[in-house]
Design a protein around this ligand. Structure first.
Ligand SMILES: Nc1nc2c(ncn2[C@@H]2O[C@H](COP(=O)(O)OP(=O)(O)O)[C@@H](O)[C@H]2O)c(=O)[nH]1
Ligand SMILES: [Mg+2]
Length: 260
């Protein structure tokens, strides 16, 4: 996906009605601090449109990010923040449930799990609950940069085992630092959100953009380098440079003599 525009279009609080959007949506759920805002920013190529929380669990809203006037990334409220009181906890449950039931455009739900840790009871509950609602959550294993490459496969397996995922469930390691997994996640989103015709048009657009970029690179490379132009003037090297070079040369020849 070539990102042309992003816009936080709708923010839903507990009492707001879920918008009846024109374009398809994909939603992201996960416990507070798992890296949801960081993922959404990375997908949108933005540093901080989705706020990266200094106070986790504080914002209990559903945020709809309009991308390219073509689709929405939906940031669901983070769950399982230890200090949240019972009432707030109940609210996020209600809000997420309400959204999953109400949205007519929701195409897929992504569940974020920290790759370092076993899924918590809340994670398991969330996963089971989404499956019961008829969704097949796609798992994103966040903060993959925190592990060695050699550890990743084992941790993915643990996540699958502990969640008892349905066969064929995709688990994608992702890092907002290295951007590992970003392209894979976008490819998946594109295929879930757009029809064949749109996908083809997008592919062609991406191809054209890549081609234009490499053409610009080639053009820049064929331009004479600044230093070259200076050389072409045929002027002798600056006096000081010449002195420095001569000095170095004579030093070298003295050393060579010594060696002999
Ligand atoms: N090393 C590392 N840190 C991350 C990554 N993603 C998020 N974080 C950090 O984890 C904390 C919570 O991130 P945030 O995106 O606000 O999580 P949210 O509460 O799920 O929205 C922040 O301090 C982030 O900088 C990642 O991929 N790698
Ligand atoms: Mg957040």
């Amino acid at each position: 996906m070539v990102i042309k525009s992003v816009n936080l279009e709708t923010v839903c609080g507990i009492t707001s009605t879920i918008p009846d959007n024109e374009y398809n949506e994909v939603a992201f759920a996960g416990k507070s601090n798992v890296g949801k805002s960081s993922l959404i920013n990375a997908l949108m190529n933005r540093k901080s449109l989705a706020r990266i929380s200094s106070q986790p669990g504080k914002t209990q809203t559903i945020n709809f990010y309009n991308v390219n006037d073509a689709m929405y990334l939906v940031d669901l409220p983070g769950y399982g923040y230890a200090n949240a009181n019972i009432e707030i906890k109940a609210k996020w449950g209600q809000m997420i449930e309400n959204y999953l039931h109400t949205s007519k455009k929701l195409q897929a739900v992504f569940l974020l799990i920290d790759i370092r840790h076993e899924p918590s009871d809340n994670d398991i509950m969330m996963y089971d609950w989404m499956v019961n609602q008829g969704f097949a959550p796609i798992i994103i294993a966040t903060k993959s940069d925190k592990l060695k490459k050699s550890q990743i496969a084992a941790h993915i397996k643990t996540i699958k085992d502990v969640l008892h995922v349905k066969p064929g469930t995709v688990v994608i390691p992702f890092s907002s630092m290295s951007k590992e997994g970003r392209d894979e996640i976008w490819n998946l989103i594109d295929s879930l959100v757009f029809d064949e015709e749109t996908l083809l048009a997008m592919k062609q657009e991406e191809e054209a953009k890549r081609e234009a970029k490499s053409a610009a690179k080639r053009a820049a490379a064929s331009q004479p380098h600044k230093k070259e132009r200076w050389k072409k003037t045929g002027k002798p090297v600056a006096k000081k440079t010449k002195e420095r070079r001569d000095k170095a040369k004579s030093k070298k020849s003295v050393n060579n003599h010594k060696k002999k």
